[in-house]
Design a protein around this ligand. Sequence first.
Ligand SMILES: [Ca+2]
Ligand SMILES: [Ca+2]
Length: 126
Amino acid sequence: MLELMASKKISKLEKEEIELNLILFGLVLVLLLSIVTIWHINYKKSRVQTPKIYREISKELLAKADLNQDGKIDEKDAKLIKEAFLKGDPESLKADLNQDQKVDAKDYSLFNTIVNLKEKETNAAK
Ligand SMILES: [Ca+2]
Ligand SMILES: [Ca+2]
């Protein structure tokens, strides 16, 4: 009789353990699913919000495009890049954004792309 009771007790304990494991398994599953979902949403977001050209523009390039180093890329920098146009002296070469050792239309269009993207970014943040 006592033995029977003991085995019953054990089986009850085992049952509880299995249930607990099932609950834990379920929780882990839900956690994994939500991580995958969040990752997927963020992945889609980053794909939508980041045009290809923007991914190619590095932080260094953004820093370079701020020619007078006043922390923003604006018409003052545009003026500087115009002044540096087709010049080869070290001061003007700061405007050589694509680093081909000359300041030309490529750098100017790169600068314009950065300005446009910056504007889009500011508008999106509003
Ligand atoms: Ca500037
Ligand atoms: Ca260049």
